[in-house]
Ligand binder design. Structure first.
Ligand code: PEP
Ligand code: CO
Length: 450
C-alpha cells in the first residue's frame, strides 16, 4: 500500500510477469492509441470516495458493518439503459434494507456495476461447426456474435465501456442522492414484482418497521437521521484487463499514492490470482481497497502469500478475500484458509461468494445454480468463521433486478423445466429479484443466529 517507497513497483511493472486472460489485439498501434485516449478521459471515481470505501470496509472487518457486493456476472453495453440500471439498483437496495433490518448494522453496498465488462474464459478459442474464433471476453473486448469480425478484439470498445461505466454510475448515484433510496420512504423502493411475491408481506413489514423506527427516533430526538436516511453506493469490477486498468491508474501527488480510478474496488478473479502473475503485481501497488477470489485449489501458502504481497502493512479495509468453494467443499477448504491468514498475523475482510462454486448444468443443458446450495454455502461460511474465531463480513452475489429464471429453487420452487422461460444470461446464472430478496432474509436470519 505504500508503493512510493517501493521503487520496484510502477503502474507498468506487471508487464514483466505472465498476464493471463488478456485479449490478443490484431493492431498494436490502434491499441496504444485507444489506451492513450482512455488515459486522457476523466476518471469514473475519485480518490476520497475510494478511501471512504476502505474505511467502510475496515468497519466491516471489525464486525461493525456488513458488506453486500452484487450485480451481474457481466454487464452488457445494451443493458446500459435507465430502467435496467434502476431495477438493478433497487434490488441491491432492497436486499440491503432487509439486511440492515435483520443485522442492525450499517450495510456497505457495492455494485458489480459501472465497469464489469471484461470476462475470463476457460479457453481462448471457441469452435462451432468446424469454425474456430476467439472466445467472447465481454463487451469491453469483443462482441458475442459468432463471426470473425465480431470476435476480433477491438480497442475502441474500451472507450465505449468507459463511457458506459460513467453513465451507469452517474445515474445510479443521482438516483441514490435524489432520495430514490430514502429510508423514510421505503415504499418507493418497491419493484413491480413485490406485489406478486410470496415474500411480499415480510418485505412490507420490514420496510414499515424501518420507517417507523426512523420516525420514532427523529420524533424523540428532534434530529434528522441523515446518516441512515440516505445510502452510499460504490462500484466494483474484476480488474482483469490490465492495459485498461493501467490507463486509469494515476499518481495523486496530494495523497502521494497510486489509485485505480476506474472503480472504487477492483478485484482479482480466481483465474488470475497467481502469486507471481501480472495481476497480483499490478494490484499490490494501487491504494484502492481490493478483493481477491479464493477457491479450492489454493493452498495455505498461496493464500498467505496473497496477504503478504497485497497488504504488507496490514492496512484495515485494504484486502477482502472472497471465498467461493461450493457448498460441498467449503467445510473442507475454508478452515485452512482462515488458519493461513491468522498465521500471517494480518487481518482481512472475509466475504463469501456462494455463486461461483455452485454452478452446474441443468437437465436441459443450461448453466444453473441451486438456491439451496447457494444458501448452504452462506450458512456454512457463517458457522465456520464463528467456530474459528473469525467472522464473515458480507456476501458477494450475482443478481439481477429482472424476473429471470436462471437459478433453480427459492420460495417459488423453480425447477430445471422453468429455466427456458426467461433465461437471459450469456454468462453465469443470477438470482432473480425474488430469490435475491429471499436470500437477503435468510442471510440476515443466519447472521443474527450465528
Ligand atoms: C465472476 O465473479 O464472475 C468470476 C468469474 O468469478 P471467479 O473469478 O471466482 O471464477
Ligand atoms: Co460470474
Amino acid at each position: 500500500m505504500t508503493p512510493t517507497t517501493d521503487t520496484s513497483w510502477t503502474k507498468e511493472s506487471w508487464r514483466a510477469r505472465p498476464a493471463l486472460q488478456q485479449p490478443a489485439y490484431p493492431d498494436d498501434a490502434h491499441l496504444e492509441d485507444a489506451l492513450a485516449r482512455l488515459a486522457a478521459l476523466p476518471p469514473i471515481v475519485v480518490s476520497w470516495e475510494v478511501d471512504q470505501l476502505r474505511h467502510r470496509l475496515a468497519a466491516a472487518q471489525r464486525g461493525e458493518a456488513f458488506v453486500l457486493q452484487g450485480g451481474n456476472c457481466a454487464e452488457t453495453f445494451a443493458e446500459c439503459e435507465s430502467d435496467y440500471i434502476a431495477s438493478q439498483l433497487k434490488v441491491l437496495l432492497q436486499m440491503s434494507l432487509v439486511l440492515l433490518h435483520g443485522l442492525k448494522r450499517p450495510i456497505v453496498r457495492i455494485g458489480r456495476m459501472a465497469g464489469q465488462y471484461a470476462k475470463p474464459r476457460s479457453s481462448d478459442f471457441e469452435t462451432r461447426e468446424g469454425v474456430t474464433l476467439p472466445s467472447f471476453r465481454g463487451d469491453n473486448v469483443n462482441r458475442a456474435e459468432f463471426t470473425a469480425e465480431a470476435r476480433t478484439p477491438d480497442p475502441e470498445l474500451l472507450l465505449r465501456g468507459h463511457e458506459r461505466a460513467a453513465l451507469t454510475l452517474n445515474f445510479a448515484r443521482a438516483l441514490v442522492d435524489g432520495g430514490f433510496a430514502d429510508l423514510h420512504h421505503p415504499e418507493y423502493w418497491d419493484l413491480r414484482w413485490v406485489e406478486h411475491s410470496p415474500l411480499k408481506d415480510e418485505f412490507h413489514r420490514i420496510a414499515g418497521s424501518i420507517a417507523d423506527a426512523l420516525d420514532f427516533f427523529e420524533g424523540m430526538s428532534g434530529l434528522r437521521v441523515h446518516e441512515a436516511s440516505h445510502v452510499d453506493f460504490f462500484a466494483s469490477h474484476e480488474g482483469l484487463h490490465l492495459q485498461a486498468e493501467t490507463a486509469q491508474t494515476r499518481y495523486l501527488p496530494h495523497q502521494e499514492r497510486w489509485y485505480n480510478l476506474a472503480t472504487h474496488m477492483p478485484w482479482i478473479g480466481l483465474r488470475t490470482a497467481h502469486l507471481d502473475g501480472a495481476h497480483v503485481e499490478y494490484f499490490r501497488g494501487i491504494s484502492n481497497p481490493i478483493g481477491v477470489k479464493i477457491g479450492p485449489d489454493m493452498d495455505p501458502e498461496w493464500i498467505a502469500g496473497l496477504v503478504e504481497i497485497l497488504n504488507p502493512d496490514d492496512v484495515p479495509g485494504r484486502l477482502t478475500l472472497i471465498h467461493r468453494y461450493g457448498a460441498d467443499r467449503v467445510e473442507d477448504r475454508l478452515p485452512e484458509a482462515i488458519e493461513a491468514v491468522k498465521n500471517t498475523g494480518k487481518s482481512v475482510l472475509w466475504l463469501t461468494d456462494p455463486m461461483h462454486g455452485n454452478t452446474e448444468t441443468s437437465s436441459g443443458g443450461l448453466k444453473t445454480r441451486k438456491f439451496e446450495n447457494i444458501l448452504s454455502e452462506v450458512e456454512q461460511s457463517f458457522e465456520i468463521h464463528a467456530q474459528m474465531g473469525s467472522h464473515l463480513g458480507g456476501v458477494h452475489i450475482e443478481v439481477t433486478g429482472e424476473d429471470v429464471t436462471e437459478c433453480t429453487g427459492g420460495a417459488r420452487g423453480l425447477t430445471d423445466l422453468d429455466l427456458d422461460r426467461a433465461y437471459r444470461s450469456t454468462v453465469d446464472p443470477r438470482l432473480n429479484y425474488e430469490q435475491a430478496l429471499e436470500m437477503a432474509l435468510l442471510v440476515a436470519d443466519k447472521a443474527r443466529r450465528t
